[in-house]
Write a protein that binds this ligand. Structure first.
Ligand code: NAP
Length: 313
């Protein structure tokens, strides 16, 4: 069934919900289309401590508040829509899903990013059997067990701390001897007796006997390989953008993130990118919602200009 909007937002995470709020308040007929549930990645974050106004809030609770706010307006939400084709080039953009054909003069891309893979033997084969990318979803399965977390950013350190609530021990494996996570989080990790640091090391193989039971670690300085006995491993080594649907149409940086200017405009007129999917210097909920506001205000101005031009002709 064909559906026409002023603005289609692809992705219902914090960036998408924020842009929906601003688009709706600008009077735009707005739809949010998501391949998954509305709420986005923070639904699976343990606790968020750096969203202004909330000293500590569960990720899903904050997303619920965002969605409830947007629901005060006449938004049309299409969760769990399998997107099959996206035409951003034509003046009227078209998004084709399994159930609908959406069209709009403006599209805001807020599709976020997904966990990068370690790309080692035993990783993909053991997803769901000891390899997990979501501590909040799977942490409780590791009560009194030993797990490894890989990475040195905010995600790895925060999720390692979260896992200590359940587990006997957490190995935090990082390829360097210093972390890039916020200092406050680093200090908590250093003080936590359940976390053992394994530095200057890379995971080179994940071994399993029905379930993951060991990993092989290579020390990057002396190249020595050692074995760690574990029950589960959580790689948190960064993000890659969800851009598969737009690759051929939008300019991206060397890591695949969509290039925008400070107005969130992409290389195509009427198409904006916001949040984790764009080449932003900071990937936080607070920067995602800020991007969303900017993009929708710009989309509203763009539509107004199109209308004025049409009237003058
Ligand atoms: P990140 O900040 O990009 O850190 C990725 C970590 O993984 C780095 O320490 C990196 O090592 C390591 N790494 C990358 N590739 C690797 C590989 N192939 N093998 C082993 N290690 C590898 O990623 P993130 O922690 O997932 O965070 C993503 C973004 O979300 C960041 O902007 C972060 O600040 C944000 N975030 C914020 C919060 C918060 O504010 N509460 C929470 C979570 C995430 P090097 O350091 O050596 O490069």
């Amino acid at each position: 069934m064909s559906k026409n909007f002023d603005c289609i937002i692809l992705g219902g995470g914090p960036a998408g919900l924020s842009s929906a709020l601003y688009a709706l308040r600008s009077g735009l007929k707005t739809a949010i289309v998501d391949v998954d549930a509305i709420g986005g990645a923070p639904i699976n974050y343990c606790e968020i401590e750096n969203y202004l106004g909330f000293s500590k809030i569960q990720g899903f609770e904050l997303c619920e508040k965002f969605e409830n706010h947007v629901d005060e307006f006449e938004v049309e939400k299409f969760p769990y829509e399998e997107i099959q084709n996206v035409d951003l080039i034509s003046p009227t953009k078209k998004i084709t899903t399994l159930n609908h054909e959406f069209s709009a003069k403006t599209v805001i891309i807020a599709t976020g990013a997904k966990s990068k893979k370690l790309n080692v033997k035993g990783e993909i084969e053991n997803i769901g059997r000891g390899v997990s990318y979501c501590a909040v979803c799977d942490g409780a399965f590791y009560k009194d067990k030993v797990v490894a977390v890989v990475g040195g950013g905010n995600s790895a350190l925060e999720e390692a701390l979260y896992l200590t609530k359940f587990t006997k021990k957490v190995y935090l494996i990082h390829r360097r001897d210093s972390f890039r996570a916020d200092k406050i989080v680093q200090n908590r990790v250093f003080e936590n007796k359940k976390i053992e640091l394994v530095l200057n090391s890379n995971v080179v193989e994940i071994l399993a006997n029905e379930k993951v039971n060991k990993i092989l670690i290579e020390n990057i300085e002396n190249k020595k390989i050692s074995t760690l006995e574990i029950d589960g491993i959580f790689p948190y080594i960064g993000l890659e953008p969800n851009v598969e649907l737009f690759c051929a149409q939008l300019k991206q940086d060397k890591n695949g993130f969509i290039i925008t200017n400070e107005l969130m405009e992409t290389n195509i007129k009427g198409v904006y990118a916001i949040g984790d999917v764009r080449n932003t210097p900071l990937r936080q909920v607070i920067t995602a919602v800020s991007d969303g506001a900017i993009a929708s205000v710009e989309a509203a101005k763009y539509l107004m200009n199109l209308e004025n031009t049409a009237i003058r002709k």
